[in-house]
Design a protein around this ligand. Structure first.
Ligand SMILES: [Zn+2]
Length: 91
């Protein structure tokens, strides 16, 4: 039977637009993987169209194409557990 564990982290700013999910999978062959899934904000159609047009014409944000996720003490147990698993993975 496969082993699965997940950790769901919400940004310390409290915004549900800033979420990260970690999934650990270990299959019967012993293959282990950890996936990090980052929530992307879903905008209404016109906002997506406007942003798409800006992108097509080469507009660059001052901040780049990144958003933030603020880590805090409450995330430490999950990150520690994930780091412990990562140390057991093969290269
Ligand atoms: Zn945030």
């Amino acid at each position: 039977m496969d082993i699965h564990k997940d950790w769901h982290c919400i940004c310390s700013c409290g915004s549900y637009e800033h979420q990260v999910n970690f999934d650990y999978w270990e299959d019967l062959d012993g293959d282990k993987n950890i996936y990090m899934t980052i929530h992307l904000v879903e905008y209404p159609f016109w906002k997506r169209l406007w942003r798409g047009l800006k992108y097509i014409f080469g507009h660059k944000s001052n901040y780049g194409n990144f958003d933030e996720f603020i880590l805090s003490k409450k995330h430490a147990p999950a990150l520690r557990e994930i780091a412990d698993i990562l140390e057991t993975l093969d290269e």
